[in-house]
Design a protein around this ligand. Structure first.
Ligand code: HEM
Length: 740
């Protein structure tokens, strides 16, 4: 497939949001409002000469200025001092959370106008593509930490709309740990490495996190998400995204409705398994980052549909939980997710620091048509993000190209570190007459941001939690009830792993007897079996007590009946697209070149079909040949090129294994190959071998009749493997809780 040029403007007749029409501006500057062009403007023109920052040509960039050839370096060496001083100041503070991340540019396009429910600019005109920049992240780890810890993933989208910047700063899980922003510093202090020794990095599996969680029953629902495989996504492109809070959509008449935002990936929702994720951390700590980068470079552009759950104002109280409580989701079975548009990521940043590191999101960056609710977590975020950006990137962060609005900003704010705008004239206040009254606020402008005029119920000022926030367990139970057998196995295994890392017996017991038993007795029993933490009989001193600082109310009467099949990854339809899945084609000396070549051709052909049709039904795979060493391997015909040498090609970074005829018997004697196939089996991956590969299966301890193992020949072997990949994994092969 032909890769579009990185900086190409979208083809006619589609207009890019922010592209100004001739009536608005003189033709000379018309296309400058496209975000890609906007970013290019700030790019330094390549020059032949190496200069100082002041433009002076440097005569020698390799040697410092010395008093004589073997003498001391002189203070006068302005060239070296400028270079090293700049280097010394290269780092800015990393984000206090979500420090590890990666990002991409793209476009959003609405399917049909949503003007009836919102004025939000990107949701108006199906002919307009709104530029976006999306940053994915983990939460707890430092900037240099691994990509695949068990953690929430940030999913932050910056829309460069015609009405200014809108940031939808969400996660890959629809709920959160806490209900009130005032607890956020405590949550983060608890999950980050412990302060006395800064251990462990990027993990919740330690005493302080579980101490906090066991005393915070409102976190029970989120714990279920974080202990599920959602916390170890196979790819950033295979995760759902959620705005989490209930927001408001507002139309031109000022009518407001509640909304929950969803991103649904067109590659399906797929995860790793825990052992695989931990191995990847060592073998390729950049696994998710690399996957996103390579997919975009290859033209396999990841896509998500934007989904909306709309709730009329009069239905606010009909759910049995509070829409303002960020620890609750609205089951899709109760309020369907209506897909209204598609986002495509199609360009990698040119410079990680300038774009991915300097991008500054803020939940308060909204445009007319979107408004907030009284969710106390959201309200706190409205304060926190602007505050943290001021510290991390500075008061003029909005002038940095990646943050700059396509609609020019104009106001009377001035000065501050690294101010780029050169404001002219003497007026920097409002009202004024000396500047002709400008810039002028616009009470009557249709496109001006106005908060929804809501009546707030009068009452005393309080520091209290609404009673409607007190059911902390029903939706955690609903999550458990909605899982399949293997998903429950993985969740129980995750709780067990985490609690087995916890040393303090009090914390372990409290987690079991204050949290897990309240979610589901089966979960408590399974974790008890793997951790040795006793489930205290009801009525004994260790049994659940209302001792937690945020006491929980009673479970909903029907909690045990609550189910939402949409929460299960197992019950989700198979991934609609296999583009970019990686197949390991194992080679050895003596390979049947024809068979491998035709298999590779079949993969390539499938990819072409996929890319061309952008259809979901067929595969588009990345096949890599792996040999015992780099270079080539001998075949019955010409020597065959090896893409990767076995020691550099761990099983865990592939989705499936293909062993052509003439290879398996030889590999059966090689420990690396045995391990490769064994790990693929344990991690539930499809494996296809030619009949002579049965020896390899046997040596690797793989039962040939297991689900997802194919023994065959020729094109059928290939098509069976592709079919099996459609299921992503065969997770019932090996229990994670009780591994064989
Ligand atoms: C629903 C709950 C929350 C979600 C979905 C969420 C999501 C995110 C995401 C995605 C980022 C990374 C942004 C990026 O890629 O640059 C982020 C960063 C951050 N979040 Fe949150 N967050 C939540 C709650 C909170 C709360 C309650 C606070 C504080 C009261 C908070 C404070 C921060 C801070 C300080 C950053 C670092 C921002 C930066 O330096 O760029 N978050 N959050």
């Amino acid at each position: 497939m032909k890769k579009p040029s990185k900086t190409a403007l979208p083809p006619s007749p589609v207009r890019t949001s922010g592209q100004v029409t001739p009536a608005d501006q003189p033709p000379a500057t018309r296309q400058d409002t496209d975000k890609n062009v906007d970013l290019r403007i700030s790019t330094q023109a390549p020059g032949a000469d190496l200069t100082t920052n002041q433009g002076v040509i440097v005569s020698d960039d390799q040697n410092s200025l010395k008093s004589h050839v073997r003498g001391p370096t002189l203070l006068e060496d302005i060239l070296m001092r400028e270079k090293i001083t700049h280097f010394d100041h290269e780092r800015i503070p990393e984000r206090v959370v979500h420090a590890r991340g990666t990002a991409a540019h793209g476009l959003f396009q609405v399917y049909e106008s949503q003007a009836a429910i919102t004025m939000a600019a990107p949701l108006q005109d199906p002919a307009v593509q709104t530029p976006v920049f999306v940053r994915f992240s983990t939460v707890a780890g430092s900037r240099g930490s691994t990509d695949t810890p068990r953690d929430v993933r940030g999913f932050a989208v910056k829309f460069y709309t015609t009405d200014g910047v809108w940031d939808l700063v969400g996660n890959n899980m629809p709920v959160f740990f806490i209900q009130d922003a005032n607890k956020f510093p405590d949550l983060i202090h608890a999950v980050k490495p412990e302060p006395h020794n800064e251990i462990p990095q990027a993990q919740s599996a330690h005493d302080t996190f579980w101490d906090f969680a066991s005393l915070t029953p409102e976190s029970a629902h989120m714990l279920m998400w974080v202990m599920s495989d959602r916390a170890i996504p196979r790819s950033l492109t295979m995760m759902e995204g959620f705005g989490v809070h209930t927001f408001r959509l507002v139309n031109a008449e000022g009518v407001s409705r509640f909304v929950k935002f969803h991103w649904k990936p067109l590659k399906g929702v797929c995860s790793l398994v825990w052992e695989e994720a931990t191995l990847i951390s060592g073998k390729d700590p950049d696994f998710n980052r690399r996957d996103l980068y390579e997919a975009i470079e290859a033209g396999n552009y990841p896509e998500w549909e934007l989904g909306l759950q709309i709730i009329e104002e009069e239905d606010e109280h009909k759910f049995g939980f509070d829409l303002l409580d960020a620890t609750k989701l609205i089951p899709e079975e109760l309020v369907p997710v209506v897909k209204v548009g598609k986002m495509t990521l199609n360009r990698n940043p040119d410079n990680f620091f300038a774009e991915t590191e300097q991008v500054a999101f803020h939940t308060g960056h909204v445009v007319p048509g979107i408004d907030f609710t009284n969710d106390p977590l959201l309200q706190g975020r409205l304060f926190s993000y602007i505050d943290t950006q001021l510290r991390r990137v500075g008061p003029n962060f909005h002038e940095i190209p990646i943050n700059r609005s396509l609609k020019p900003a104009d106001n009377n704010q001035r000065d501050g570190f690294a101010r780029m705008t050169i404001n002219k004239g003497k007026v920097s206040y409002f009202p004024n007459s000396l500047g002709g009254g400008c810039p002028m606020h616009q009470p009557g402008a249709a496109a001006a941001f106005r908060s929804v005029a809501l009546k707030e119920a009068p009452g005393p000022k309080v520091r209290e939690r609404s009673a409607s926030f007190s059911d902390h367990f029903s939706q955690a139970t609903q999550f458990w009830n909605s899982m399949s057998d293997w998903e429950k196995d993985h969740i129980a295994a995750a709780f067990s792993f985490e609690l087995n890392q916890v040393v303090d017996e009090g914390v372990r017991n409290r987690t079991m007897n204050e949290i897990l038993v309240n979610i589901h007795p089966d979960l408590a029993e399974m974790v008890s079996g793997a951790t040795g933490i006793a489930v205290a009989p009801a009525g004994t001193p260790d049994a659940p007590t209302p001792s937690a600082p945020t006491p929980s109310g009673p479970l909903r009467q029907d909690a045990d009946k609550l189910r939402s099949p949409a929460l299960s990854m197992d019950k989700a339809p198979p991934p609609p697209s296999l583009i970019g899945r990686k197949v390991a084609v194992l080679l050895g000396d003596g390979v049947d070149a024809k068979e491998v070549q035709s298999a590779l051709a079949a993969f390539a052909e499938a990819k072409e079909v996929q890319s061309a049709l952008a259809a979901f039904a067929e595969a588009g795979l990345v096949a890599e040949t792996i040999g015992p060493h780099g270079g080539t391997v001998a075949t019955s015909g010409k020597p065959m090129k090896v893409n990767r040498a076995a020691p550099n090609a761990p099983s865990v970074v592939y989705d499936a294994v293909f062993v052509a005829a003439g290879v398996g018997a030889g590999l059966a004697a090689q420990p690396l190959a045995q391990r490769f196939v064994h790990e693929a089996y344990r991690h539930g991956k499809p494996i296809a071998v030619a009949p002579d590969g049965e020896a390899l299966l046997q040596a690797a301890g793989v039962p040939p009749a297991a689900a997802g193992i194919g023994i065959g020949q020729g094109s059928k072997m290939v098509s069976d493997l592709i079919k099996n990949l459609g299921q992503h994994r065969f997770p019932r092969r090996v229990s994670v809780l009780k591994p064989s």
